[in-house]
Design a protein around this ligand. Structure first.
Ligand SMILES: Nc1nc2c(ncn2[C@@H]2O[C@H](COP(=O)(O)OP(=O)(O)O)[C@@H](O)[C@H]2O)c(=O)[nH]1
Ligand SMILES: [Mg+2]
Length: 360
Protein backbone atom coordinates (compact mmCIF):
# COMPACT_ATOMS: atom_id res chain seq x y z
CA UNK A 1 0.00 0.00 0.00
CA UNK A 2 1.37 3.39 -0.96
CA UNK A 3 1.33 6.21 1.60
CA UNK A 4 1.65 9.86 0.71
CA UNK A 5 1.71 12.95 2.92
CA UNK A 6 0.34 16.19 1.54
CA UNK A 7 0.93 19.51 3.28
CA UNK A 8 -1.41 22.46 2.81
CA UNK A 9 -2.74 25.44 4.74
CA UNK A 10 -5.88 23.64 5.90
CA UNK A 11 -7.40 20.20 6.00
CA UNK A 12 -9.86 21.07 3.22
CA UNK A 13 -7.10 22.39 0.98
CA UNK A 14 -4.96 19.28 1.59
CA UNK A 15 -7.92 17.03 0.77
CA UNK A 16 -8.63 18.92 -2.45
CA UNK A 17 -5.00 18.67 -3.50
CA UNK A 18 -4.99 14.95 -2.66
CA UNK A 19 -8.04 14.32 -4.83
CA UNK A 20 -6.57 16.28 -7.70
CA UNK A 21 -3.30 14.35 -7.55
CA UNK A 22 -4.52 10.85 -6.66
CA UNK A 23 -8.17 10.66 -7.64
CA UNK A 24 -11.21 9.88 -5.58
CA UNK A 25 -10.14 6.49 -4.22
CA UNK A 26 -7.83 7.86 -1.61
CA UNK A 27 -8.23 6.94 2.07
CA UNK A 28 -7.03 9.15 4.83
CA UNK A 29 -4.71 7.55 7.28
CA UNK A 30 -4.15 10.51 9.63
CA UNK A 31 -3.96 14.26 9.79
CA UNK A 32 -1.74 16.61 11.76
CA UNK A 33 -2.74 20.21 12.37
CA UNK A 34 -0.03 22.62 13.51
CA UNK A 35 1.20 26.14 13.00
CA UNK A 36 4.46 27.64 11.82
CA UNK A 37 6.04 31.07 12.15
CA UNK A 38 4.61 33.50 14.65
CA UNK A 39 7.97 34.87 15.72
CA UNK A 40 8.76 38.52 16.20
CA UNK A 41 8.71 39.26 12.49
CA UNK A 42 6.43 36.64 11.00
CA UNK A 43 2.77 35.82 11.30
CA UNK A 44 1.60 32.48 12.65
CA UNK A 45 0.27 30.24 9.82
CA UNK A 46 -1.83 27.11 10.15
CA UNK A 47 -0.70 23.96 8.39
CA UNK A 48 -2.15 20.51 7.91
CA UNK A 49 -0.27 17.32 6.98
CA UNK A 50 -2.64 14.80 5.47
CA UNK A 51 -1.33 11.24 5.15
CA UNK A 52 -3.31 9.09 2.73
CA UNK A 53 -3.26 5.79 0.90
CA UNK A 54 -5.12 4.03 -1.90
CA UNK A 55 -6.70 0.84 -0.55
CA UNK A 56 -5.47 -2.30 -2.28
CA UNK A 57 -8.04 -3.92 -4.45
CA UNK A 58 -10.34 -0.98 -4.29
CA UNK A 59 -10.54 0.58 -7.66
CA UNK A 60 -14.08 1.87 -7.55
CA UNK A 61 -14.29 5.63 -7.68
CA UNK A 62 -15.45 7.05 -4.41
CA UNK A 63 -17.13 10.40 -4.62
CA UNK A 64 -15.76 12.69 -1.96
CA UNK A 65 -17.05 16.05 -3.07
CA UNK A 66 -20.38 16.10 -1.37
CA UNK A 67 -20.61 17.12 2.27
CA UNK A 68 -21.58 13.73 3.56
CA UNK A 69 -18.51 12.05 2.08
CA UNK A 70 -16.22 14.73 3.40
CA UNK A 71 -17.59 14.16 6.88
CA UNK A 72 -17.02 10.46 6.43
CA UNK A 73 -13.41 11.17 5.44
CA UNK A 74 -12.96 13.49 8.33
CA UNK A 75 -14.11 10.81 10.75
CA UNK A 76 -11.61 8.42 9.29
CA UNK A 77 -8.89 11.00 9.63
CA UNK A 78 -9.54 11.54 13.31
CA UNK A 79 -10.21 7.98 14.30
CA UNK A 80 -8.61 5.46 11.99
CA UNK A 81 -9.67 1.97 12.98
CA UNK A 82 -6.65 0.60 14.88
CA UNK A 83 -7.52 -2.97 13.82
CA UNK A 84 -7.12 -2.05 10.19
CA UNK A 85 -3.59 -0.69 10.72
CA UNK A 86 -0.29 -2.47 10.74
CA UNK A 87 1.83 -1.96 13.87
CA UNK A 88 4.04 0.67 12.22
CA UNK A 89 0.96 2.50 10.91
CA UNK A 90 -0.51 2.38 14.39
CA UNK A 91 2.67 3.80 15.86
CA UNK A 92 2.60 6.64 13.34
CA UNK A 93 -0.96 7.49 14.26
CA UNK A 94 -0.14 7.42 17.93
CA UNK A 95 2.82 9.72 17.40
CA UNK A 96 0.57 12.16 15.55
CA UNK A 97 -2.08 11.98 18.23
CA UNK A 98 0.50 12.23 21.00
CA UNK A 99 2.00 15.32 19.44
CA UNK A 100 -1.40 16.98 19.15
CA UNK A 101 -2.14 16.19 22.78
CA UNK A 102 1.20 17.54 23.98
CA UNK A 103 0.88 20.75 22.01
CA UNK A 104 -2.65 21.34 23.20
CA UNK A 105 -1.60 20.67 26.81
CA UNK A 106 1.28 23.14 26.41
CA UNK A 107 -1.09 25.72 24.92
CA UNK A 108 -3.49 25.24 27.81
CA UNK A 109 -0.73 25.94 30.33
CA UNK A 110 0.33 29.08 28.47
CA UNK A 111 -3.28 30.30 28.28
CA UNK A 112 -3.78 29.72 32.00
CA UNK A 113 -0.75 31.90 32.59
CA UNK A 114 -1.86 34.69 30.22
CA UNK A 115 1.28 34.27 28.12
CA UNK A 116 1.11 36.31 24.93
CA UNK A 117 3.21 36.85 21.79
CA UNK A 118 6.06 36.78 21.04
CA UNK A 119 6.84 34.71 24.14
CA UNK A 120 3.97 32.35 23.24
CA UNK A 121 5.68 31.22 20.01
CA UNK A 122 9.10 31.01 21.62
CA UNK A 123 7.72 28.59 24.20
CA UNK A 124 5.86 26.45 21.64
CA UNK A 125 7.98 26.39 18.47
CA UNK A 126 9.30 22.93 17.56
CA UNK A 127 7.98 21.53 20.80
CA UNK A 128 9.75 18.20 21.44
CA UNK A 129 7.50 15.18 21.79
CA UNK A 130 9.77 13.12 24.00
CA UNK A 131 9.67 15.48 26.99
CA UNK A 132 7.24 16.05 29.84
CA UNK A 133 5.24 19.13 28.81
CA UNK A 134 5.53 20.97 32.15
CA UNK A 135 9.27 20.36 32.34
CA UNK A 136 9.89 21.49 28.77
CA UNK A 137 7.88 24.70 29.26
CA UNK A 138 9.76 25.41 32.48
CA UNK A 139 13.12 24.94 30.78
CA UNK A 140 12.10 27.19 27.92
CA UNK A 141 10.83 29.80 30.37
CA UNK A 142 14.14 29.79 32.20
CA UNK A 143 15.92 30.34 28.90
CA UNK A 144 13.66 33.21 27.95
CA UNK A 145 13.24 35.11 31.25
CA UNK A 146 15.34 38.24 31.23
CA UNK A 147 17.02 38.99 34.56
CA UNK A 148 19.33 41.71 35.76
CA UNK A 149 21.52 40.96 38.75
CA UNK A 150 21.65 44.04 40.95
CA UNK A 151 22.09 47.69 40.01
CA UNK A 152 25.44 49.40 40.06
CA UNK A 153 24.22 52.87 39.03
CA UNK A 154 24.15 55.57 41.68
CA UNK A 155 20.83 57.11 40.62
CA UNK A 156 17.90 54.72 40.71
CA UNK A 157 14.61 56.16 39.48
CA UNK A 158 11.33 54.38 40.22
CA UNK A 159 8.70 54.99 37.55
CA UNK A 160 5.21 53.63 36.97
CA UNK A 161 1.52 54.29 37.40
CA UNK A 162 -0.05 55.53 40.64
CA UNK A 163 -0.53 52.76 43.16
CA UNK A 164 1.92 50.31 41.57
CA UNK A 165 4.03 50.32 44.74
CA UNK A 166 6.85 52.75 43.90
CA UNK A 167 6.97 54.53 47.28
CA UNK A 168 6.74 51.31 49.26
CA UNK A 169 9.42 49.68 47.11
CA UNK A 170 11.62 52.76 47.44
CA UNK A 171 11.47 52.43 51.24
CA UNK A 172 12.24 48.70 51.04
CA UNK A 173 15.27 49.33 48.83
CA UNK A 174 16.51 52.24 50.95
CA UNK A 175 16.39 50.26 54.17
CA UNK A 176 18.05 47.21 52.58
CA UNK A 177 20.84 49.35 51.07
CA UNK A 178 21.27 51.04 54.45
CA UNK A 179 21.52 47.66 56.19
CA UNK A 180 24.20 46.56 53.77
CA UNK A 181 26.28 49.60 54.77
CA UNK A 182 25.48 51.89 51.84
CA UNK A 183 24.97 55.60 52.26
CA UNK A 184 21.46 56.18 50.84
CA UNK A 185 19.61 59.37 49.97
CA UNK A 186 15.94 59.51 48.87
CA UNK A 187 14.47 62.22 46.69
CA UNK A 188 10.71 62.14 46.34
CA UNK A 189 9.08 63.90 43.40
CA UNK A 190 5.72 62.72 44.63
CA UNK A 191 4.37 65.75 46.43
CA UNK A 192 0.86 64.71 45.41
CA UNK A 193 0.36 61.73 47.67
CA UNK A 194 1.14 62.99 51.12
CA UNK A 195 0.00 59.81 52.92
CA UNK A 196 2.54 57.41 51.54
CA UNK A 197 5.30 60.00 51.86
CA UNK A 198 4.79 60.30 55.64
CA UNK A 199 4.62 56.56 55.89
CA UNK A 200 8.07 56.21 54.39
CA UNK A 201 9.43 59.21 56.26
CA UNK A 202 8.72 57.47 59.60
CA UNK A 203 10.64 54.39 58.49
CA UNK A 204 13.60 56.22 57.00
CA UNK A 205 13.88 58.69 59.90
CA UNK A 206 14.39 55.80 62.27
CA UNK A 207 17.47 54.82 60.26
CA UNK A 208 18.55 58.42 59.63
CA UNK A 209 18.17 58.03 55.87
CA UNK A 210 17.90 61.53 54.40
CA UNK A 211 14.73 62.18 52.42
CA UNK A 212 13.91 65.31 50.41
CA UNK A 213 10.59 66.05 48.76
CA UNK A 214 10.75 68.34 45.76
CA UNK A 215 8.04 69.75 43.55
CA UNK A 216 9.95 71.62 40.84
CA UNK A 217 13.13 71.45 38.82
CA UNK A 218 15.07 74.01 40.88
CA UNK A 219 14.50 72.20 44.16
CA UNK A 220 15.30 68.89 42.42
CA UNK A 221 18.69 70.24 41.29
CA UNK A 222 19.48 71.44 44.79
CA UNK A 223 18.45 68.05 46.27
CA UNK A 224 20.78 66.33 43.79
CA UNK A 225 23.64 68.56 45.03
CA UNK A 226 22.84 67.62 48.61
CA UNK A 227 22.89 63.95 47.66
CA UNK A 228 26.25 64.17 45.89
CA UNK A 229 28.15 62.18 48.52
CA UNK A 230 25.62 59.38 48.81
CA UNK A 231 26.40 55.92 47.39
CA UNK A 232 22.86 55.43 46.16
CA UNK A 233 20.23 58.07 45.38
CA UNK A 234 16.73 56.64 45.12
CA UNK A 235 14.28 58.83 43.23
CA UNK A 236 10.61 58.15 43.89
CA UNK A 237 8.39 59.68 41.19
CA UNK A 238 4.74 60.64 40.92
CA UNK A 239 2.52 58.12 39.19
CA UNK A 240 2.19 58.90 35.54
CA UNK A 241 -1.08 58.66 33.75
CA UNK A 242 -1.70 58.11 30.04
CA UNK A 243 -3.58 61.38 29.78
CA UNK A 244 -1.57 63.84 31.83
CA UNK A 245 0.85 65.38 29.32
CA UNK A 246 1.73 68.27 31.62
CA UNK A 247 2.85 65.96 34.42
CA UNK A 248 4.75 63.78 31.97
CA UNK A 249 6.65 66.80 30.63
CA UNK A 250 7.42 68.02 34.13
CA UNK A 251 8.90 64.65 35.05
CA UNK A 252 10.89 64.55 31.84
CA UNK A 253 12.47 67.97 32.39
CA UNK A 254 13.36 67.11 35.99
CA UNK A 255 14.99 63.81 35.05
CA UNK A 256 17.00 65.53 32.32
CA UNK A 257 19.21 66.81 35.14
CA UNK A 258 20.48 63.32 35.92
CA UNK A 259 23.66 61.84 34.54
CA UNK A 260 21.98 59.21 32.35
CA UNK A 261 25.06 57.01 32.17
CA UNK A 262 24.96 56.62 35.95
CA UNK A 263 21.17 56.24 36.25
CA UNK A 264 18.90 53.21 36.24
CA UNK A 265 15.31 53.83 35.15
CA UNK A 266 13.19 51.16 36.76
CA UNK A 267 9.60 50.47 35.75
CA UNK A 268 7.50 49.36 38.74
CA UNK A 269 4.47 47.44 37.55
CA UNK A 270 1.89 45.60 39.57
CA UNK A 271 1.67 41.95 38.57
CA UNK A 272 -2.11 42.26 38.43
CA UNK A 273 -2.19 44.91 35.67
CA UNK A 274 -3.54 44.02 32.22
CA UNK A 275 -0.90 43.83 29.48
CA UNK A 276 -2.72 46.42 27.32
CA UNK A 277 -2.42 48.97 30.15
CA UNK A 278 1.24 48.14 30.72
CA UNK A 279 1.95 48.47 27.00
CA UNK A 280 0.17 51.83 26.79
CA UNK A 281 2.13 53.29 29.68
CA UNK A 282 5.37 51.78 28.44
CA UNK A 283 4.88 53.57 25.11
CA UNK A 284 4.46 56.90 26.91
CA UNK A 285 7.62 56.48 28.96
CA UNK A 286 9.56 55.27 25.97
CA UNK A 287 8.51 58.28 23.91
CA UNK A 288 10.94 60.30 26.00
CA UNK A 289 13.18 57.97 28.00
CA UNK A 290 14.71 54.53 27.93
CA UNK A 291 13.64 52.13 30.65
CA UNK A 292 16.34 49.80 31.96
CA UNK A 293 14.67 47.26 34.20
CA UNK A 294 11.46 46.03 35.75
CA UNK A 295 10.20 45.48 39.29
CA UNK A 296 7.24 43.11 39.46
CA UNK A 297 5.26 44.40 42.42
CA UNK A 298 2.41 42.73 44.32
CA UNK A 299 3.30 39.23 43.14
CA UNK A 300 1.55 38.06 46.32
CA UNK A 301 -1.74 39.26 44.83
CA UNK A 302 -1.46 37.94 41.31
CA UNK A 303 -2.96 34.76 39.93
CA UNK A 304 -0.02 34.31 37.58
CA UNK A 305 3.10 36.26 36.68
CA UNK A 306 2.67 35.32 33.01
CA UNK A 307 1.39 38.75 31.95
CA UNK A 308 4.48 40.50 33.28
CA UNK A 309 6.72 37.80 31.82
CA UNK A 310 5.20 38.40 28.40
CA UNK A 311 5.57 42.16 28.87
CA UNK A 312 9.21 41.82 29.93
CA UNK A 313 10.00 39.58 26.96
CA UNK A 314 8.12 41.78 24.48
CA UNK A 315 10.04 44.93 25.47
CA UNK A 316 13.34 43.26 26.39
CA UNK A 317 12.99 44.73 29.87
CA UNK A 318 14.80 42.57 32.44
CA UNK A 319 13.36 41.80 35.88
CA UNK A 320 15.36 43.06 38.80
CA UNK A 321 13.16 42.55 41.88
CA UNK A 322 9.83 41.07 42.87
CA UNK A 323 7.85 42.57 45.75
CA UNK A 324 5.58 40.19 47.56
CA UNK A 325 3.74 42.06 50.31
CA UNK A 326 3.26 45.31 52.20
CA UNK A 327 5.85 44.76 54.91
CA UNK A 328 8.79 47.16 54.75
CA UNK A 329 11.56 46.17 54.23
CA UNK A 330 11.03 42.40 54.23
CA UNK A 331 8.73 41.87 51.29
CA UNK A 332 11.13 42.16 48.39
CA UNK A 333 13.24 39.52 46.66
CA UNK A 334 15.80 39.49 43.86
CA UNK A 335 14.44 38.34 40.54
CA UNK A 336 15.66 34.82 39.86
CA UNK A 337 14.18 32.33 37.43
CA UNK A 338 13.18 29.97 40.20
CA UNK A 339 11.39 32.73 42.12
CA UNK A 340 9.54 33.67 38.97
CA UNK A 341 8.50 30.10 38.14
CA UNK A 342 6.90 29.84 41.57
CA UNK A 343 4.34 32.41 40.49
CA UNK A 344 3.23 30.52 37.38
CA UNK A 345 0.33 28.07 37.31
CA UNK A 346 0.17 24.40 36.37
CA UNK A 347 3.89 23.82 35.92
CA UNK A 348 3.60 21.09 38.47
CA UNK A 349 7.11 21.65 39.74
CA UNK A 350 8.77 20.72 42.92
CA UNK A 351 10.95 23.86 42.78
CA UNK A 352 13.50 22.53 45.26
CA UNK A 353 14.10 19.47 43.07
CA UNK A 354 13.66 21.32 39.81
CA UNK A 355 17.31 22.24 39.39
CA UNK A 356 18.20 18.55 39.42
CA UNK A 357 15.36 17.70 37.03
CA UNK A 358 16.56 20.32 34.53
CA UNK A 359 20.17 19.28 34.79
CA UNK A 360 19.55 15.54 34.52
N1 LIG B 1 0.05 43.20 48.48
C1 LIG B 1 0.99 44.09 48.19
N2 LIG B 1 0.76 45.41 48.35
C2 LIG B 1 1.74 46.30 48.06
C3 LIG B 1 3.00 45.87 47.59
N3 LIG B 1 3.74 46.96 47.35
C4 LIG B 1 2.97 48.04 47.68
N4 LIG B 1 1.76 47.63 48.10
C5 LIG B 1 0.62 48.47 48.53
O1 LIG B 1 0.11 49.15 47.40
C6 LIG B 1 -0.40 50.42 47.79
C7 LIG B 1 0.21 51.52 46.93
O2 LIG B 1 1.60 51.59 47.21
P1 LIG B 1 2.48 52.89 46.99
O3 LIG B 1 3.87 52.53 47.34
O4 LIG B 1 1.89 54.06 47.67
O5 LIG B 1 2.31 53.06 45.41
P2 LIG B 1 2.81 54.27 44.49
O6 LIG B 1 1.59 55.11 44.19
O7 LIG B 1 3.29 53.62 43.22
O8 LIG B 1 3.88 54.99 45.19
C8 LIG B 1 -0.07 50.57 49.28
O9 LIG B 1 -1.22 50.23 50.01
C9 LIG B 1 1.02 49.55 49.50
O10 LIG B 1 1.06 49.05 50.84
C10 LIG B 1 3.23 44.45 47.44
O11 LIG B 1 4.29 43.97 47.04
N5 LIG B 1 2.20 43.62 47.75
MG1 LIG C 1 4.07 57.04 45.66
Amino acid sequence: MKYVTITANSYEEALKKAEEDYGKNIRIHSRRDYSVGGGLFSRKRNKCDLTLYIPEGERAEKKVNDDESILEFEKEARTPDPESLSSSERLNTEVYRGSLEKISKAEKILKQNDISEPLWSVLLNDFPLDQKVELEISKRLIDSIRIKNGISNKYQVLLGPTGSGKTTTCAKLAINYNKSGKNVFIISLDSYRVGSFYQIRKLTDALCIPLKTVSDEISFISALKEAEDADVVLIDTMGLSKNDDELNLKLKSMLNNLNRANSEYIFVSSSTTKIEDMDALYEIYCSYMRLDSLIASKVDECFTLGTLLSFSYRHKLPFIYLTNGQRVPEDIESAESMNILRYLKSLDLDIDRFDHQVLS
